[in-house]
Design a protein around this ligand. Sequence first.
Ligand code: C5P
Length: 249
Amino acid sequence: MFPPPSSAKVSPWAVIGLNGHLSSVICHLPLTLSLRCLITAGPTREFFDPVRFLSNPSTGKMGFALAAAAKEAGWSVDLVAGPVSLPEPAGVMVYPVVTAAEMRRQTDALFGPCDVLIMTAAVSDWRPKTTAAQKLKKDGQGMTVELEPVPDIVSALAEERRADQFLVGFAAETENIEAHALDKLERKGLDLIAANSVAGPEGAFGSDENKLILLGRDGFREVIGPASKAAVARQLIAVIARLVAARAA
Ligand code: C5P
């Protein structure tokens, strides 16, 4: 049995309930917990000189939709965002970052008091080993940039987590979606992973629609969408609320 979430509050509606029995009410109400949630979104940029970098096509739309949906559900939301061009969701604390190292520092700083972490960010998997201080000059020749792996942010947080914190990852895949996602669920120490396809023109990057396959512990599996990212986000927040409430019961 896990202890209840540190800052979780059961809403007065649920406490009073329709017939005075909390447990029967909790089963029927979708969103009864007020949680503190940390969400990461968007890409990171890894520079090899002051004006050139490695990145990916993530636009941050899914993470921003989740932040808005979590806020709508009454949660308090911190959003650590890589470079994106999206309006800040109302009532959400946004912490802009650029590189994976900055994202790591910022999430580390905000992780302690959070009940739910949702890592939607498409963190770069590699970064240049060195960054030139000045803009590199073209000389008509090719060039080689040596890369090193970027340490995994969510795996490191999973190692220091409290038992009552709920960790959600995203898996952007181009093939064997469920098998790769299940591997990441285990390897990264997550409670839930949202797998989506980023293959081809229908892929999730930049799209306004998404379909998520949610995979959790003990064989949990649920499919959300295809639907707008706003609708998918609301459903994912409801699923997380349900799983957190069930674990705390
Ligand atoms: O291994 P992959 O990048 O596919 O894993 C995706 C999940 O891991 C996402 O939740 C992403 O935010 C997280 N991640 C991370 N740190 C990295 C790379 C990915 O936390 N360096």
